[in-house]
Design a protein around this ligand. Structure first.
Ligand code: ME8
Length: 714
């Protein structure tokens, strides 16, 4: 029987989980379910990474011990995975004794291979990544992933002879493992290959500047570098170094192609190098076969930046789950992100997809089909089956598309296949009009067959839904009169015609009630008036609107003084995002200019260079919808189109313009402004307006209507 070992990264315990962690874990869970569905022997591992400088820093700041921080946060991951029905077989914590033993065993092998030596070392370190960076890879001295300032660190370290393994690594990338590329997708394989081809330096694998870690064997004062410690979890969780290596033998590839055993590490692209370069090199040195594949996905972005605690732009799953349930979020994560690429997370797109795919799509079709069949056949499933019809063909196609999608990690396409099947069922019913037939002819055999097809199509859709949204899958099955197997469906359940004949149907309230986006945002914002990136301006009026007292004419933001508090960078927002703050937001940023060149502007403020000006991305936008913000005199919520993209922004122009005057109008917006939450609405950009002398009334900059939206203004 094929054996599959699937792992997620082990997450740092310096924080609670967010949507990014949830994504990887749900993808891994869906893959594990898919392999179980195929009847394979699956082991699924996740866990927490509890050592290192990051955790030590948090503990110091809190005046507690790193172990206490780990003990507090590790269970938040465990609880969330449980809530999301993640079926991991094991959860490893790197502070466990079984892990420490395994790390010591691996290090003993690296040492025996002659791959460890001591040398002094200095360089730029990013605590967020727990890694040194060559200066050329930093952006203005900041980490390219986290945007935080790198620290110069100098110490004596144990080094691993990584440089020795460059050729073997390149050959691994060239040949792959058992006929499959070692890194997926291919673009990532190319990145890793060129990293190694450009030359490998030996890697520092111990730290003396921190204490929180596994003591380095035979090196007093050194702790094991957190990545050597963490990566080894994939083996220690199988009992490596424990004396009982039964699970290693069962789930770790033998390296000689014996047996159909595959170990797949699922990771975000941020940690690909650790998994695709350092990890296989450690294993080669230790004489342990490399894993079968490292599969890397893209990032969930918020405001064009990787969602991460260091950046401070994370979305927690709590609110969405509270309102829409676990399966709605599982579905969204897997259906929305094209695997391997980055995707933006927004409540708006979540609600749109929820309504389209789940409320109007699957949920509505289910309610319709169950209600019609129950009415026609006394609350039971039909008693005639039909083995040649278009729903059957659509189900077979959906199943094969779905399978292909799972096999190549394109989970968004697996979701597409389910959606296509539901659409086909809908189309079939529309064409057959069973509601007319039942009125005209009663419950004829033909009517039985039509409903059989629709219900059976839904049953197949529910089976396909199982890896993605397991609870919803079981509920669909229950409502259409099928018992949902405890361990989930198996491949045989895709066979057409398995729905029991004459079994009780269970009409019930909508599985996914339609979401009222307006009501959701109103309720949500009433609870949470927290700014996304801005802090409330001192002296702002209760609706978040700053008192307006502009005295001289100035080209100003329609979101700022005459409107509401504009974006000011919050702590933790990297300079790149903060730099997009409006150059003309005088009342909020009166004297924050870090350097004051001699030249002054018309208002006497410091002049900026052309490069500084070009950091502001000005675009022509078309207003496609406008409405006054409730409880605010000045704010107008605008939906604008900037080229292909649509956005919501809030502008302080309601005293001067009505919604009717705005829709269809072209305006100039600052397109790269960090978002701000104004009266509970996330504003993504700012409309430019002049502030009229005396009154401060905004007057929108005029744009020739023939200029296409999205055009750059400079
Ligand atoms: O790196 N989008 O832990 P970590 C998508 N402990 N996925 C994201 C994400 C985002 N914005 N943010 C996080 C570590 N992730 C190490 C791993 S493994 C031996 C050690 C997911 O808590 C993604 O899988 O920073 C990413 O690789 C991982 O969380 C990083 O988690």
């Amino acid at each position: 029987m094929p054996r599959r070992y699937l792992t997620t990264p082990i997450y740092y315990v310096n924080d609670r989980p967010h949507i990014g962690h949830l994504y990887t874990t749900v993808v891994a869970d869906a893959l594990a379910r898919f392999h179980r569905f195929l009847g394979e022997d699956v082991r699924f591992l996740t866990g927490t990474d509890e050592h290192g400088q990051k955790i030590e820093k948090v503990a110091r700041a809190e005046g507690t011990t790193p172990q206490a921080v780990a003990d507090r946060n590790a269970p938040t991951f465990q609880r969330l995975w449980k809530r999301f029905e993640v079926g991991n077989d094991d959860f490893i914590r790197t502070t466990e004794a079984r892990h420490r033993r395994g790390v010591e065993a691996l290090i003993a092998r690296l040492d025996a291979a002659g791959d460890l030596y001591v040398a002094s070392h200095e360089g730029w370190y990013c605590v967020g990544c727990e890694a040194f960076y060559p200066e050329k890879d930093l952006l203005d001295g900041r980490c390219p992933t986290h945007g935080t300032a790198a620290e110069w660190q100098k110490e004596e370290n144990v080094f691993f002879r990584l440089s020795r393994y460059a050729d073997r690594l390149l050959s691994l990338y060239e040949k792959g493992v058992d006929g499959r590329p070692f890194v997926y997708p291919e673009t990532r394989l190319n990145e890793v290959r060129s990293f190694v081809a450009s030359g490998l330096k030996d890697l520092s694998v111990s730290r003396t500047s921190i204490q929180w870690g596994i003591p380095f064997p035979s090196r007093p004062g050194h702790v094991v570098y957190v990545w050597l410690d963490a990566l080894t979890n994939y083996l220690t969780a199988l009992g490596f170094g424990s004396g009982d290596e039964g699970l290693v033998a069962r789930y770790w590839p033998s390296g000689d192609g014996r047996g159909d055993v595959r170990a797949v590490h699922l990771v975000g692209k941020d940690i690909l190098r650790f998994h695709a370069v350092y990890w296989p090199a450690f294993l080669m040195s230790a004489g342990v076969p490399v894993p079968s594949q490292v599969v890397s996905h893209g990032w969930w972005l918020r405001d064009q930046m990787k969602m991460s605690k260091s950046v401070g732009n994370v979305v927690r799953p709590d609110d969405l789950v509270e309102s829409f349930g676990v399966d709605a979020l599982r579905w969204h994560l897997l259906a929305e992100m094209a695997f391997g690429q980055d995707a933006s997370f927004s409540d708006e797109s979540f609600l749109a997809r929820y309504n389209a795919d789940l409320a109007n799509g699957l949920g509505n079709t289910l309610s319709r089909v169950v209600r019609m069949a129950a009415d026609a056949f006394g609350g039971k499933t039909p008693s005639e089956r039909c083995d040649d019809n278009e729903v059957m063909r659509a189900a077979a196609k959906a199943a094969s598309d779905w399978r292909r999608a799972f096999e190549s990690y394109r989970l968004q396409e697996a979701a597409d296949a389910i959606r296509a099947l539901v659409t086909a069922i809908d189309g079939y019913l529309t064409a057959r009009e069973p509601w007319k037939l039942v009125k005209a002819e009663g419950a004829t055999p033909a009517l039985h067959r039509i409903h059989h097809n629709a219900l059976e199509g839904l049953r197949v859709a529910a089976v396909l839904l199982w890896p993605i949204a397991p609870a919803a899958s079981a509920e669909v099955l229950r409502r259409i009169g099928c018992a949902a197997p405890e361990a989930g469906p198996r491949e045989g359940d895709l066979e057409w015609g398995r729905i029991p004949l004459g079994a009780p149907l269970v009409p019930a309230p909508p599985l996914f009630p339609r979401a009222d986006a307006k009501a959701y945002f109103a309720a949500h914002d009433a609870h949470k008036e927290t700014p996304v990136t801005d802090q409330p301006k001192p002296g702002a009026t209760p609706d978040g609107v700053a008192p307006s007292a502009p005295s001289a004419p100035s080209a100003q933001s329609a979101n700022s003084p005459a409107g509401a508090a504009p974006a000011a960078p919050a702590a933790g927002v990297p300079a790149a995002a903060a730099a997009a703050a409006p150059p003309s937001a005088p009342s909020e940023t009166p004297s924050t200019s870090p350097s004051a060149p001699a030249a002054t502007s018309a208002e006497g403020g410091a002049r900026i260079t052309i490069e500084e000006f070009f950091r502001t991305d000005l675009r022509v936008a078309e207003v496609i919808a406008a409405e006054k913000v409730e409880r605010s005199k000045k704010l107008m919520k605008l939906r604008v189109r900037i080229g292909e993209e649509e956005r919501t922004l809030v502008a302080g122009i309601a005293t001067a313009y009505s919604p009717e005057q705005l829709v269809g109008r072209k305006v100039v917006v600052v397109a790269n402004l960090a978002p701000a939450r104004l009266m509970g609405i996330e504003s993504n950009g700012m409309v430019l307006a002049a502030s009229l002398p005396g009154t401060g009334e905004p007057s929108l900059l005029a744009v020739d209507p023939s200029v296409p939206s999205g055009t750059k203004v400079k």
